[in-house]
Design a protein around this ligand. Structure first.
Ligand code: ATP
Ligand code: PAF
Ligand code: BAL
Length: 373
């Protein structure tokens, strides 16, 4: 049952909606704000969006695009706030892009929270209205037929279709475990940038490799947009916010902070003056190994096991591993862990979406800034 009844205001390839009625407790708290919300324009196809964009251009408006896959959280909103400080119009795209999911990944179960997403964007827009900054005016939520008009989206390798590949960047780090991931990301972002023609695009630091790849794509293809990167938003205990965190029940959620703790330990070593790769990463491995051993010693009904995919110290532009931190460039300290499915579940235990039955990949990073001379 829909938690919000979306009131259609105008229709012509676009749908303009505002939320008017609430039944889901998760969004009921937004009600007071949204009763007065202005219409958001929601576009599902390209011609209507382009016509809207042309009108904005003619009126001297600037557009900042925040690409997302929906299931919005404070990380996404922080990007929209950043966009509002620099553009008059904020476009948010919501599209779960099939080509960036490997064939065994979670495309089918990826969280979808459309009504809540629209409510959150409306609420943020009310806040922006008060601050006199740019406004969230437009949602682009295309169908897959719109985004992949010729051949169906292909997630296999080599695969068929029109793709953008940014190598060797796409083959490193995340790309080693997710071989089609960055081909899919670069391809869909190229499409989004061509459709929206934004002055600026906004990406989160949490997905650091994605930011490096998008910057490279913009440079190498002479795309006429500026790439902005927003800081990683975290839960109070340090876990990086992520749409996929909903897969983590209470037990896996607690252990999942090990990644941010490990990276923080390594960053602290850098801050204390260490520059050597092994010395810096050893601190991160110590944290991860300790947590892993603690979990091993617990009963199956108590533990949450994880595997470290990588802990990396890399050059900020090439993302190649470095032996020591170059003071003039700094480095990217990053990691990925796989939270394993729970082996046994207790009665009444708080589980995540999907019952903690599938593995969940968590990523995080810290930028080691170059020293100012
Ligand atoms: N914690 C965060 N802080 C800042 N930006 C974020 C954060 N999480 C995601 N983003 C950014 O939001 C944009 C859209 O990301 P996406 O919709 O995939 O959300 P996500 O939380 O990263 O989901 P997923 O769990 O699939 O990785 C990306 O640019 C991403 O880097
Ligand atoms: C940039 C993006 C929206 C492309 O699908 C996605 O990779 C994401 O949400 O980070
Ligand atoms: N935030 C990156 C999207 C993905 O992991 O598929």
């Amino acid at each position: 049952m829909a938690s919000i009844i979306l009131q259609r205001i105008r229709c012509s390839g676009t749908i303009s909606v505002r939320a008017v009625h609430y039944t889901n407790p998760r969004v009921r708290s937004h009600a007071a704000v949204l009763q007065h919300a202005r219409a958001l324009h929601i576009f599902r196809d390209v011609p209507s969006l382009r016509a809207h964009r042309r009108e904005l251009l003619a009126n001297g408006k600037s557009v900042g695009l925040v690409p997302t896959m929906g299931a919005l959280h404070e990380g996404h909103l922080s990007l929209a706030r950043q966009a509002a400080a620099e553009n008059s119009e904020i476009f948010v795209s919501i599209y779960v892009n099939p080509t960036q999911f490997g064939v065994n990944e979670d495309l089918d179960s990826y969280p979808k929270t459309w009504n809540e997403d629209i409510a959150m964007l409306n609420e943020l827009d009310e806040e922006l209205k008060e601050s006199g900054q740019g406004r969230i005016t437009t949602i682009f939520a295309p169908t897959t037929k719109t985004m992949y008009p010729t051949l169906p989206p292909d997630s296999t390798l080599p695969g068929t279709g029109s793709f953008v590949t940014i190598t060797p960047l796409a083959n490193l780090l995340e790309g080693k475990s997710r071989p089609v991931f960055f081909r899919g990301v670069a391809t869909v972002c190229m499409k989004l940038f061509n459709i929206v023609e934004p002055e600026r695009v906004y990406f989160g630091q949490k997905d650091v490799q994605q930011t490096v790849i998008i910057k490279r794509m913009v440079k190498d293809f002479h795309l006429n947009t500026e790439v902005r990167v927003g800081a990683t938003k975290r839960e109070p205990d340090g876990l990086a916010m992520s749409s996929r965190n909903v897969y983590l029940g209470e037990r896996r959620r607690k252990v999942g902070i090990v990644l941010s703790q490990a990276l923080r330990a390594a960053a602290a070593a850098h801050k204390m003056g260490k520059r050597d790769r092994d010395e810096i990463l050893a601190l991160a491995w110590d944290v991860a190994n300790r947590m892993s051993m603690e979990q091993d010693e617990l009963a199956e009904t108590e533990r949450a096991r994880f595997e470290v995919d990588y802990l990396s110290l890399a050059d900020p532009d090439s993302l190649e591993e470095v032996q020591s931190v170059d003071e003039s460039k700094g480095a990217v300290l990053s990691g990925a862990i796989k939270m394993m499915p729970l082996e046994a579940v207790r009665d009444g235990e708080k589980l995540g979406m999907g019952g903690d039955k599938g593995p969940v990949r968590l990523i995080d990073n810290i930028i080691l800034e170059p020293s100012k001379v």
